[in-house]
Design a protein around this ligand. Structure first.
Ligand code: ZN
Length: 110
């Protein structure tokens, strides 16, 4: 057992969960700001957010190629990386299994 494991609380969230939660909170704040500051529809704002994620990937991938690339050792693989990003988006955006969209009542408008 690594020494840092002894310092953790018994039910402390995993670092991955904390990072996921922090990023989601940041994205939600940006979404709400863009939605309320414009006349864009919720989907239009979400599409802009997806474009931003894609452009961040492109910039980071570019920084890992060429003569003066980042020394961390990561090798971008655009086809596989984009497939992984699409799978992550689909896995979290799709309704939970067993939910019948035709039976859901609209609760309000974003
Ligand atoms: Zn790197």
């Amino acid at each position: 057992m690594p020494p840092e494991a002894d310092m953790r609380e018994p039910h402390a969230p995993e670092p991955w969960d904390t990072i996921r939660s922090d990023i989601r909170d940041t994205v939600m704040v940006a979404f709400c700001k863009a939605l309320h500051g414009t006349q864009l529809s919720p989907l239009a704002v979400i599409e802009l957010m997806a474009e931003a994620v894609g452009s961040v990937y492109r910039e980071v991938a570019d920084a890992h190629q060429g003569d003066r690339s980042c020394p961390c050792g990561w090798q971008p693989s655009p086809l596989a990386d984009i497939a992984a990003m699409q799978a992550a988006l689909a896995a979290t955006a799709a309704p939970a299994p067993g939910i019948d969209l035709l039976r859901i009542e609209v609760q309000g408008r974003a």
